[in-house]
Design a protein around this ligand. Structure first.
Ligand SMILES: Nc1ncnc2c1ncn2[C@@H]1O[C@H](COP(=O)(O)OP(=O)(O)OP(=O)(O)O)[C@@H](O)[C@H]1O
Length: 246
């Protein structure tokens, strides 16, 4: 990594995270080893996005603890959850990545703007600095969000459905960026639905169905029996059930 601190181990201890008192992640314990590359998979509503947001410090646990993540993490949010209607240039969108360094209301100097332009170029968006993000295709916008992660240069990178709805070329190029981050020793956690991709590229998998159904080497976790259990749990979810009191 370019002078970035090595990632610490991230430990989850009996973690429960809820929305409106309904548990989305339920008593989850385990660890992301430094430099590991982990896929988080599971049915719709399994708590995957909620877990990533909790790791990023955006959602407070109801119960249990997350250790080792504070100050280390950069998050790629799910594109479908972002509003692109506001007037913002690609360069400014990338510069948001420097907020942690500069503070929200401090001027960003020439060096920061140069780094943002370099990050745009690194994801194939030379000449896009002034383009409004609202005018971009889904693939171009995802490249902008990856450029922002490049600028953040964090030891731990959280990716929420990073390749969803992308053309094959963009997906392959952004996968190349993820491989490079992994090669640099960063810890990477990615929410994914494409199990072929997970089997091919991700050595570790966490299978979530609000409860943890498996966390370890991908081949051992993504068994037919575990996937069936995840589907059955999803079918049985009681959306009115409240978070357990423990
Ligand atoms: N802001 C919210 N307010 C209320 N409930 C929420 C909120 N966000 C998520 N939930 C609920 O929490 C549960 C887990 O949602 P989450 O988005 O974490 O699942 P997911 O595994 O990422 O799903 P998907 O694969 O569909 O993106 C779902 O039942 C969802 O409806």
């Amino acid at each position: 990594m370019n002078g970035v601190a090595a990632p610490a181990e991230i430990r989850l201890a009996d973690l429960t995270v809820s929305h409106q008192r309904r548990a989305a992640v339920h008593h989850l314990s385990g660890r992301f080893a430094p430099g590991s590359l982990t896929a988080v998979v599971g049915p719709n509503g399994a708590g995957k996005t909620t877990l990533l947001r909790a790791l990023a410090g955006l959602h407070r646990p109801d119960h249990g603890r997350i250790e080792g993540a504070a100050g280390q993490v950069a998050l790629l949010p799910q594109q479908a959850l972002l509003d692109r209607g506001f007037p913002l240039s690609c360069l400014d969108a990338v510069l948001f990545g420097l907020w942690g360094e500069s503070g929200a209301f401090r001027a960003i100097g020439r060096a920061g703007r140069d780094r943002a332009a370099e990050a745009l170029a690194a994801v194939g968006l030379q000449g896009f600095a002034r383009r409004p993000v609202g005018s971009l295709s889904a693939g171009q916008f995802q490249r902008v969000l990856f450029a922002r992660l490049l600028l953040q240069d964090a030891p731990v990178i959280l990716l929420d459905e990073p390749f969803n709805a992308l053309d094959a070329r963009t997906a392959a190029e952004l996968l190349g960026v993820v491989r490079r981050w992994h090669g640099e020793g960063r810890t990477i956690v990615a929410v994914l639905h494409d199990l072929e991709l997970v089997r091919r590229e991700f050595p570790e998998t966490l299978l979530l169905a609000r409860d943890c159904l498996g966390w370890g080497p991908t081949g051992e976790v993504l068994t037919a029996a575990n996937r069936l259990r995840a589907r059955m749990m999803a079918e049985a979810w009681d959306e009115q059930a409240e978070a357990c009191a423990a």
